[in-house]
Write a protein that binds this ligand. Structure first.
Ligand code: BES
Ligand code: ZN
Length: 861
């Protein structure tokens, strides 16, 4: 019988760990550590070998001790490929409890995974070093030998020996600090953790300072940064305290730890990590100055903090059994993050802006190279590949759809049941459905299985039937390229259980009609006086709608007067997708956007501007004037309404919208008047930074970069180096990818490898140059030339993200070139994401060939 490929990466189940006593001694200057651990385990059968995970550690001593003090020395054999360690003993060890004592040594690495080194320059200009961990998914094994799978939950007791002047933080409170045997060193002993998975263990050592502490529902909460930056911690503390109380209340379970620390790490591969009680962040996601930040930057901090705190219960207390179920962690945290942020600041309308994220998931999930939310994982790189828009955004979107279908209270009751039942344990997807079925009495599992285990999503076609007394609804899979239904009739077409909500507009008022569509087709009876109808009412459904010609014509006059923003958004999104898929013509789509000249909602504008940016990305230089003209035509009315200066009545969304509109006009729109004003306003900003609305600053910087020369480049470079906040630093750094001069873009690319740009940012900067139409070929050549250096230095997740830049290379020749490159250069941690980038590139090539001349004609007419 053929073995599942990769199954040999899993650990045998014959031994279970219960408690790890881990003692590490760190030489920060030398980047080395040595460790000893005593792991209390149960042997379920007698055996002379124990298999666990270990990677790039040198294991020097192996001993097993029985409760009656009988001790057996063994030795370790390394299986590098499988990242495993075999402990071999001279005789079989009896079934029952043992304590395994291991001595080992390791090095701090620079790839931001496992136990790693991070550096920064302090306020006095001196280079400083700190050490931090990042274990998810499978890198705890780089810091100490362990059963590094999420279902081997254990208690961890950590003791660190470090230089006396440094601060150590870990999952639990410090129990005691005492001088160590070596001079100049101290020993910091932490309390036992809760029973949890290895990937949630964390410790960090450096010159950290905490801001003012808070207490949230009795739990001490502190926000940490490297010294000098603790002044930027207040906002995160406030949102953290809010979110902690919010979740304790929502889940109906108190926070299960004794304290909570949030720590900003200068070098960090992901955005943040939910280590239990010691959550780590990249600086932009935690440290912020509310006086100079944009609405988006503050919202980002709130979102990330809320997301990680949601994990303290969903993920940390209750954990997926294995990485195929990652969505249970991540989709849920994404869903909960929005609930909490919506309560924190309702003015942001978080659920409305989630429409953009849902659309992002629908883009990828409309590809042939998509995957189901739950997907097989065998090797470490398979687990890494799961952190994508399908796990996070599609997962959260289908949860939102379910929550709206079951009702918010019922949904919450089901979640509470689930958490209480599985606390300190592991779950499969079905466990969540069981709890929701118990709470709701509805067939949740049958419905949700079609969304979780099946890739793609439906296109719902709506047409009038029975002389207008009914509508007929039918579903088929939505795909941008290729066949929509299987050609081979033996293969069944994809079917979803779709919670359909249709709104029928009557002469007076309207009526919502609900139906769970399970088959290919169904009829829906309309109320007698129906004037027109809107599909996906409320906008929560993870599907697209396509109206028959007459129903569409009846809907159009009501867009601005009668559709709520989320439905106006979806109408653009669905029609744009139909255009990309080739069953609506670009000119028809562009005509639709004329109906949005009066549009005032930020999220809807994000979609409209996104389609212009998409055109710019896919089309060539010859189409640039047409796209610029289109941008000016569609945006000038909203620009005149908003002006340049904030009005007293403006909400935060309007302020941010103003920045987006001006930025788009000044860059995509090539609008000279906007450019000139931007130059003047930026000069004013430099004289008085508080005198300009922060929401305008990204637009000013972006416009100046797009039209700037060497002098401006040098100025922005200096601003990047001298930035006062992480957000300002990012703004100027990414502006360096927005210049149009090739020599300047070449300088930006060189900085991604010369040590001037952190490896956490470098791949994103390369991607940004690729996304800049002026730089895409240059960046592509650079990437091919320096591929080996990049893959050696950048964090692995960064490489996958960087490759998304290829979607701008939309000529058949460049596409061939890109495909040839990746045929010989594997990105093993990308999973299906590389194929998705390539399919999107192909979509762009096809779209450009089909529509480029139509676009030029349209803009000229
Ligand atoms: N668990 C993840 C962090 C992570 C991501 C670990 C990828 C390993 C690989 C964390 O909870 C997370 O989802 N972070 C997000 C930010 C969040 C607000 C969506 C991230 O890092 O982008
Ligand atoms: Zn997460």
């Amino acid at each position: 019988m053929a073995e599942t490929p990769g199954a040999d990466y899993r650990l045998p189940q014959n031994i279970t760990p219960e408690r790890y006593d881990i003692r590490l001694s760190l030489e920060l200057g030398a980047s080395t550590f040595s460790g000893e651990e005593s792991v209390s385990v149960t042997f379920h059968q007698a055996t002379d070998t124990a298999v666990l995970n270990s990677l790039e550690l040198e294991v020097v001593t192996v001993r097993a001790v029985r409760p009656d003090r009988i001790s057996v020395n063994g030795h370790a054999e390394v299986d590098e490929q499988h990242e495993q360690l075999k402990l071999i003993f001279p005789r079989a060890l009896e079934a029952g409890p043992w304590v395994l004592h291991l001595g080992f040594r390791g090095r701090l690495n620079e790839k931001l995974a496992g136990f790693y080194r991070s550096t920064y320059t302090d306020g006095g200009g001196t280079e400083r070093v700190l050490a931090s961990t990042q274990f998810e998914s499978t890198d705890a094994r780089r810091a100490f030998p362990c059963w590094d799978e999420p279902a081997f939950k254990s208690v961890f007791a950590v003791t660190l020996t470090i230089d006396s002047g440094l601060t150590a933080i870990s999952n639990s409170p410090v129990l005691e600090e005492s001088p160590a045997d070596q001079p100049g060193k101290k020993r910091v002993r932490f309390a036992d953790t809760i029973k949890m998975s290895t990937y949630l263990v964390a410790f960090m050592v450096g010159e950290f300072e905490a801001g003012r502490p808070a207490s949230a529902a009795g739990v001490p909460l502190r926000v940490w940064a490297v010294s000098g930056k603790e002044g930027l911690t207040d906002y995160a503390r406030d949102v953290g305290a809010f979110a902690l109380s919010y979740f304790a209340d929502y889940y109906g379970i108190p926070y299960p730890g004794m304290k909570l620390d949030l720590i900003a790490i200068p070098d960090f591969a992901a955005g943040a990590m939910e280590n239990f009680g010691a959550v780590t962040f990249r600086e932009t996601a935690l440290l912020v100055d509310p006086a100079t930040a944009t609405k988006g930057e503050l919202e980002r901090v709130a979102i990330v903090v809320a997301h990680e705190l949601a994990h303290m219960w969903f993920g940390d207390l209750v954990t997926m059994h294995w990485w195929n179920g990652l969505w249970l962690n991540e989709a849920f945290a994404t869903f909960m993050e929005m609930l909490a942020v919506d309560a924190w600041n309702p003015e942001w309308e978080t659920w409305l802006s989630f429409a953009s994220d849902r659309a992002g998931a629908q883009l990828i999930d409309g590809l042939q190279s998509t995957r189901p939310i739950e997907f097989p994982v065998h090797r470490p790189e398979d687990a890494q590949a799961m952190f994508d828009v399908l796990t996070y955004q599609k997962g959260a979107a289908v949860l939102r759809m379910l929550q709206q279908y079951l009702g918010e209270q019922t949904f919450r009751e089901g979640v509470n049941l689930y958490l209480k039942k599985h606390a300190y344990a592991n779950t499969e997807t079905g466990d969540l459905w069981d709890a929701l079925e118990e709470a709701s009495g509805q067939p949740v599992r049958r419905t949700m299985d079609t969304w979780i285990f099946q890739e793609g999503y439906p296109l719902l076609s709506i047409e009038a039937a029975d002389g207008g007394g009914q509508v007929s609804l039918s579903q088929q899979r939505f795909l941008y390229l290729g066949n929509r239904e299987p050609v081979d009739s033996s293969e069944k077409p994809s079917r979803w259980q779709v919670p359909v909500i249709v709104r029928a507009a009557l002469l007076s008022g309207s009526e919502e009609l609900r139906l769970l569509l399970s088959d290919g087709q169904a009829q829906l009876r309309l109320p007698a006086e129906t004037e027109w109808i809107a599909g996906n009412a409320g906008g929560h459904g993870f599907y697209r709608v396509r109206y028959s010609r007459d129903l569409f014509a009846k809907l159009l006059p009501h867009i601005q007067s009668d559709l709520p923003p989320i439905e106006r958004f979806n109408l653009v999104s669905d029609t744009w997708s139909a255009t990309l898929a080739g069953y609506t013509q670009l000119v028809d789509f562009l005509d639709l956007t004329k109906l949005y000249l009066e549009e005032s909602d930020e999220t809807v504008w994000t979609m409209l501007v996104g389609t212009l940016a998409g055109l710019r990305r896919m089309m060539g230089a010859e189409e640039r004037p047409a796209i610029a003209a289109l941008a000016r035509n569609r945006l000038s009315a909203v620009q005149s309404r908003l002006g340049w200066d904030p009005q007293p009545a403006d909400g935060e969304r309007t302020r941010e919208l103003r920045g987006m509109v001006l930025g788009t006009l000044g860059v995509l729109g090539d609008a000279p008047a906007i450019r000139e004003e931007a130059v003047a306003r930026y000069a004013r900003y430099l004289r008085d930074r508080a005198g300009v609305d922060p929401n305008l600053v990204p637009a000013l910087v972006g416009i100046l970069a797009a039209n700037g020369g060497t002098e401006r480049y040098d100025e922005f470079w200096a601003e990047y180096k001298a930035a006062r906040t992480p957000q300002e630093e990012q703004r100027y750094l990414f502006a360096l990818a927005g210049f149009r001069d090739l020599d300047l873009l070449a300088r930006t690319l060189e900085h991604t490898l010369d040590g001037e740009v952190r490896t956490q940012d470098a791949p994103f900067l390369v991607r940004a140059v690729m996304a800049n139409k002026s730089g895409c070929e240059l960046a592509c050549r650079f990437t091919k030339d320096y591929w080996d250096e990049m893959t050696a230095r950048y964090p692995e997740s960064g490489i996958t993200r960087m490759c998304e830049g290829v979607t701008s290379l939309t000529t058949p020749e460049l596409e061939t070139d890109v495909r040839a490159f990746f045929a010989t250069h594997e990105v093993k941690q990308a999973g299906k994401q590389l194929d998705q980038h390539l399919e999107r590139l192909h979509m762009g090539v096809v779209f450009r060939q089909r529509e480029a001349s139509n676009l030029r004609t349209y803009a000229a007419g």
